[in-house]
Design a binder for this molecule. Sequence first.
Ligand SMILES: NC(=O)c1ccc[n+]([C@@H]2O[C@H](COP(=O)([O-])OP(=O)(O)OC[C@H]3O[C@@H](n4cnc5c(N)ncnc54)[C@H](O)[C@@H]3O)[C@@H](O)[C@H]2O)c1
Length: 266
Amino acid sequence: MRSEKRFESKHVLITGGARGIGFEIARQFAMEAAVLSIIDFNAKTLSQSTKELGRIAPEVYPYLLDVSRRQQVNEAIAAAEKIHPIDVLINNAGIAFETPFLNIEEEEWRKILDINLSGMFYVAQAVCRFMARRKKGVVVNMGSKNGLDGEFGYAHYNTSKAGVIMLTKTMSLELAHLGIRVNAVCPGYIQTPMSMEIDPPEFTQDFVNRYIPMNRAGNVAEIAPLFLFLASDESSFITGQILIADGGQLAGQKPGEALLNKIKIG
Ligand SMILES: NC(=O)c1ccc[n+]([C@@H]2O[C@H](COP(=O)([O-])OP(=O)(O)OC[C@H]3O[C@@H](n4cnc5c(N)ncnc54)[C@H](O)[C@@H]3O)[C@@H](O)[C@H]2O)c1
């Protein structure tokens, strides 16, 4: 953990910040003295995480709402802006279900697209309208390796994350001259409450063995710093980019034992 405080007195708004990767991002911003606004639709985890973050961050403001409800989003962003102008938006909230393409019901399709893509758009537009007036701001969107490369059983999720990547690129083009940078992080397989709810441990082990060259899933502490980097002045000339952290999964086909045994070391 860095000892410097890159975000002292900066107001950072994080969606889906009550658990998983979003909570770890919030915790790492809190360690660097950011003022936090956390949006989440789970009342219990939002209240617990607000308490926990309150022990580290100078100020924490919870907002209980669903990012796919545009009116609720607009009201929360206006309220958060009144407290402190928002410097950084971390657009992280998302859901996933595993359902084969032929079996996806319309309701499930809509729910994933409404939250992962439309919800991201609602929050980003509401925040960027304020940032544009100040000609200053940073947005980091949560993509996924699945937005770049498909995965069985996730047609709706993969599609939503592909949309996140194009939303990120287009936002960056339209907002650069207004002093707003927009980038996305695309994690591969990360151990979080979400992935553990979907996949039993034996599935995770099999998936890792088959597909991930680093032979393991990632953890939240390895993903959060990428958001802080893209939100910081260290990335001041980076916009419209996709930062992939997937243990090598997208580098190419994972070589099997027979191929790896051909490597002669020293
Ligand atoms: N876990 C992974 O392997 C992985 C990989 C790549 C990308 N991601 C993405 O990272 C993000 C976080 O995933 P996670 O694994 O930490 O999941 P998680 O379920 O552990 O945490 C997600 C948080 O977002 C909140 N949330 C979900 N929908 C919301 C809504 N409509 N409005 C407000 N809050 C909402 C949840 O209540 C929860 O607190 C998601 O966008 C996910 O798609 C996860």
